[in-house]
Design a protein around this ligand. Structure first.
Ligand code: ADE
Length: 280
């Protein structure tokens, strides 16, 4: 019997991506970190149980720095999710990564300033539990199996996704200045977004597989000569590509290993350490 309140794969929808599944069960999930961005929507894709969570909330009321990333990932794990696909809108840092490019990054640079990026901050939870001090490795921030599934899915839909590259995450909500953007470009980084951190590192702390699928909606200020990026442009380009992206996500979900088959670095990220938290 399928448990309607359970899922194995999570999808966190980005800007302009507020629904994913049909025939969903809506679940309000509370967490020790407060409420997630929205309800969790449970449904099925290719026989796999999937939980969808709109990162900014339905209607996009949460800016990137106000998202409760800890609650979002905890909520997904608490309904059974062990593998997460995280699509997001980004700016391209190279002229060849123009609007409509899909890039599956293999590296991440954190340039955020104000976000709680760990479950292991030594502070007690509301129930008095104090987490242990834990330092996970984030040398390779993304799940290799998830990346392979995403790339295969894109290829299968004739979308030649860029395999690898560095996502730099800025605090936002403003876009980069031209000088910042030129500096990001000079570092050799590929795309810039506002939500990829701390999503990837929190997922690792929960031993979740996490894969980022970045959709380029604009050329960032350092890679273009116009007036810079606007939020309208981001939403317009995302909307124009959202059906294609949904298709890729469906196929990626189908191609992911089962929870039991996972044998990537993410599965044992805590290395048997006692996190001092009752992981859901
Ligand atoms: N999201 C979409 N485009 C972006 C850009 N140029 N900079 C940061 N985040 C973005």
């Amino acid at each position: 019997m399928v448990n309607k309140a359970n899922a194995e794969i999570g999808v966190i929808g980005g800007s302009g991506f507020y629904s994913f599944l049909e025939d969903v069960t809506e679940l309000q999930v509370d967490t020790p970190y407060g409420p997630p961005s929205d309800s969790v929507f449970l449904g099925e894709v290719a026989g796999r149980r999937v939980a969808f969570l709109p990162r900014h909330g339905r209607g996009h009321h949460l800016p990137p720095h106000r998202i409760n990333y800890r609650a979002n990932l905890w909520a997904l794990r608490s309904v059974g999710v062990r593998q997460v696909l995280g699509p997001c809108a980004v700016g391209g840092l190279r002229p060849e990564y123009g609007p409509g490019t899909l890039l599956v990054p293999d590296q991440l640079v954190d340039r955020t300033k104000s976000r709680v990026g760990t479950y292991f901050d030594g502070l007690p939870l509301p129930d008095g539990t104090v987490p242990n001090v834990v330092h996970v490795s984030l040398a390779d921030p993304y799940c290799p199996a998830g990346r392979a599934a995403a790339l295969k899915a894109a290829r299968g839909r004739d979308w030649e996704a860029v395999d690898g590259g560095t996502l730099v995450v800025i605090e936002g909500p403003r876009f980069s200045t031209r000088a910042e953007s030129l500096w990001h470009q000079a570092q050799g980084w590929s795309v810039v977004g506002m939500t990829g951190h701390p999503e990837a590192s929190l997922a690792r702390e929960l031993e979740l597989c996490y894969t980022s699928l970045t959709l380029v909606t604009d050329l960032d200020a350092g890679a273009e000569t116009g007036e810079g990026v606007s939020h309208d442009e981001v939403l317009r380009v995302f909307a124009a590509n959202v059906d294609r992206l949904r298709g890729v996500l469906f196929d990626a979900v189908a191609a992911l290993p089962s929870t039991e088959e996972r044998d990537c670095l993410c599965v044992n990220a805590l290395g048997g350490m006692d996190p001092g938290l009752a992981l859901p």
